[in-house]
Design a protein around this ligand. Structure first.
Ligand SMILES: Cc1cc2nc3c(=O)[nH]c(=O)nc-3n(C[C@H](O)[C@H](O)[C@H](O)COP(=O)(O)OP(=O)(O)OC[C@H]3O[C@@H](n4cnc5c(N)ncnc54)[C@H](O)[C@@H]3O)c2cc1C
Length: 324
């Protein structure tokens, strides 16, 4: 295997959040194990915190700020990333598990003639190939996949990856690239809906209160919100609750929703389907309230209470409110 570089893709506006730290941490370990350079490719107007954070970990931070990268656009970002990769000829390209990266990764692999893998919890180089560890069958089993063609384009569970320790490392060099990118006219943003957001993003939350179909409708979510407020927690939900229109789709946690890694995840009236568990596998402590003793969630939680949520949520909120 001819190893040139490991490239991590970062979205310019994101700040040096836990996801950026995780992607770069995975990239740094891979590059070090190969004795190679780590390049961070930042697309779009670069956030100062992100640039400085990336410099602390990567050997080079490549900033691509052409006008078509002002806002996320799949074709423009894909072309920009492919152009950078064609210049650098990397062996591995690591992306995060945000929706943009999930959209870009397989298309980028196709453009570069490489291999793609998704949802990686570990990426290592062994026997001249990249090996990616990922959950399969809804998280019930783990597979190790060998990527046969280079570059390996992998989106990783960014927040589950340990950040790199930058101590003693000289700051990476910053390279500003003008790609001469022409805006792609085939896809146009015709309207934009910005959802009102309160508090930290779900993926960054330390405490999460999450509700499922067993709540029976949108009203009980207000009770859960009061509990979350008393705890200083963020709200989340199962897909069933989101699909029913009880809460916004952005609350969804799971295989097709957000992957969260809080210190405490409270699953209330959620059965614990494997697709939901995939989104909470990195939670430190899961606490479940469900009236069915055979609910699968009880196999995954540290603390479980077999009870009707209505008997628990109100008193718990009152108790916590008294102590806050
Ligand atoms: C390809 C695919 C992707 C998917 N992606 C996701 C995903 O990203 N996220 C996700 O969540 N799901 C996902 N799903 C759906 C998933 O399979 C389940 O259908 C879903 O998670 C069920 O949601 P739930 O647990 O809220 O509902 P249910 O399975 O209906 O469970 C409700 C639970 O509430 C309990 N309950 C009822 N009343 C009470 C009460 N009064 N007090 C206490 N407990 C009570 C019940 O005992 C039950 O266990 C996906 C499915 C597929 C096929």
């Amino acid at each position: 295997m001819i190893v040139q570089d490991v490239v991590c893709y970062l979205f310019g506006r994101a700040g040096f959040d836990r996801a950026a730290q995780g992607i770069l941490g995975a990239g740094r370990r891979l590059a070090d194990s190969l004795g190679e350079k780590l390049r961070a490719a930042v697309l779009g107007p670069a956030d100062d915190a992100l640039t400085a954070g990336a410099q602390a970990v990567a050997d080079t931070v490549v900033l691509a700020e052409d006008a078509p990268l002002e806002e996320y656009h799949p074709e423009n970002f894909l072309t920009a990333l492919a152009t950078i990769c064609n210049q650098l000829q990397p062996t591995a390209v690591l992306l995060g598990n945000d929706t943009y990266s999930q959209e870009l990764a397989p298309r980028l692999a196709h453009r570069l003639g490489g291999s793609a893998a998704s949802d990686a919890v570990e990426v290592v180089a062994e026997g001249g190939q990249l090996r990616v560890t990922r959950g399969v069958y809804g998280g019930k089993a783990t597979a190790v996949i060998a990527l046969c063609r280079s570059p390996g384009v992998v989106w990783v569970r960014a927040r589950a990856m340990a950040p790199a320790d930058p101590t003693g490392r000289p700051a990476g060099e910053v390279q500003r690239l003008k790609l001469g990118l022409k805006a792609d006219e085939r896809v146009k943003v015709v309207s934009r809906h910005v959802e009102a957001k309160e508090g930290v993003p779900l993926e960054e939350a330390r405490l999460i209160v999450s509700g499922g179909r067993g709540l029976g409708g949108p009203e009980p979510f207000k009770e859960l919100q009061a509990l979350a407020k008393a705890m200083g927690a963020q709200m989340a939900a199962s897909r069933a609750a989101c699909d029913a229109g009880w809460v916004p789709p952005s609350w969804q946690v799971g295989q097709t929703g957000k992957k969260v890694a809080p210190e405490l995840y409270m699953a209330i009236a959620i059965s614990g389907a494997s697709q939901h568990i995939m989104g909470i596998a990195d939670a430190k402590v899961i606490c479940a309230i469900n009236r069915d003793p055979d609910a699968p969630i009880f196999k995954h939680c540290r603390f479980g209470l077999v009870e009707d949520y209505q008997k628990v949520v109100g008193p718990l909120r009152d108790k916590l409110s008294r102590h806050s």
